[in-house]
Ligand binder design. Structure first.
Ligand code: ADP
Ligand code: MG
Length: 304
């Protein structure tokens, strides 16, 4: 399917200013699933013909019903899994594996259990060969930003789920990748920390011109953060519509969410999702789809 876009409020960036960063071309991903005690195999199309272009410096959010293929798509952009068809290009270069141009913050994309918080955050800097004497300052800055100063020397097993997620965010930001791929990165942190991290992410993005693809199940979060919100539909997963979010920049989450423009865009995304949830419920009833979230059972994460 082709990329549809609806404007919401004001005028967008001029076409001449835009520089294409990520190009997602006709991506499909089919999983072979087993039924009836492994006897019966069946192909399941998780995402089909996804086309999407993300500009350099753009903040794109993706929302969609559970199981519509958001994580599958992000995994492929990260280079952690391969599509059955289609290609992804970053700066016109075909993506075949994870690389340091992309920072990844995903559920299940675990920390290194044998490394302390500090050492986890240092990882990308080592690979990037940042000189040792420059690393400490960078590590301290990002650990401080995610509020884990007192936990620098702890190991992942000594941290709560939300704290681990914050380490993952610091690790992804520390080596300064041009592209950030984030899969519900703030889902496991408490509301107060979430707002701090959302604002920090906005600030970093404003300062560094990173390109961000941010998956969330929160419509508020998507609209508050993004330049565009891609709404996915399920069975098979594809991009249903893209809503432009022309709220003023620089933004702070607490400022935008109380505005009338925010409510209007939020409602638009909500309506699209409502229709989508109804459609996907119908499908589940008709097909008696047996597996709700195989992704969590079958982990296909590759080594970095
Ligand atoms: P979302 O992130 O939107 O909730 P996912 O991308 O995790 O959805 O999954 C999309 C669909 O593909 C789901 O129905 C899920 O069960 C299925 N799926 C994901 N990963 C696998 C896998 N490794 N094997 C089989 N099915 C999978
Ligand atoms: Mg997911």
């Amino acid at each position: 399917m082709s990329e549809k876009s609806s404007g919401a409020l004001g005028k967008g960036k001029q076409a001449a200013q835009r520089q294409r960063k990520i190009e997602i071309k006709n991506i499909s991903r089919i999983f072979t699933i087993r039924r009836n005690n492994n006897e019966e195999k069946k192909d399941f199309t998780a995402i089909e013909n996804v086309n999407l272009t993300v500009d350099k410096g753009e903040f794109l959010a993706i929302v969609g019903p559970s199981g519509c293929g958001k994580s599958t798509l992000l995994d492929i952009i990260a280079g952690l899994s391969k599509p059955n068809s289609g290609e992804i290009y970053i700066d016109n270069k075909l993506i075949t594996k994870p690389d340091l141009d992309r920072g990844i913050v995903m559920q299940g994309y675990a920390l290194f259990p044998w490394r302390t918080v500090r050492k986890n955050v240092e990882f990308g800097l080592e690979i990037k060969k940042v000189p040792k004497n420059q690393r400490k300052e960078i590590i301290d800055k990002y650990i401080d930003m995610v509020g884990l100063n007192e936990f620098k020397d702890r190991f992942p097993y000594e941290l709560s789920g939300g704290m681990k997620q914050r380490v993952a965010i610091a690790r992804a930001l520390a080596y300064d990748p041009e592209v950030l791929l984030m899969d519900e990165p703030f889902a496991a942190v408490d509301a107060q920390t979430r707002e701090i991290l959302q604002d920090e992410l906005l600030r970093i993005w404003e300062e560094t011109n990173k390109t961000i693809i941010f998956v969330t199940h929160s419509i508020d979060e998507a609209v508050a953060l993004a330049d565009r919100v891609a709404v996915m539909s399920a069975n098979p997963g594809t991009i249903k519509e893209i809503i432009e979010v022309k709220l003023p920049r620089p933004r702070r989450v607490s400022d935008v969410i109380s505005s009338a423009d925010f409510s209007w865009i939020r409602h638009k995304v909500w309506e699209l999702l409502q229709n989508e949830e109804k459609e996907s419920d119908k499908f589940v009833k008709q097909e008696k789809k047996p597996v709700k979230n195989l992704a969590e059972e079958i982990s296909t994460y590759a080594e970095l």
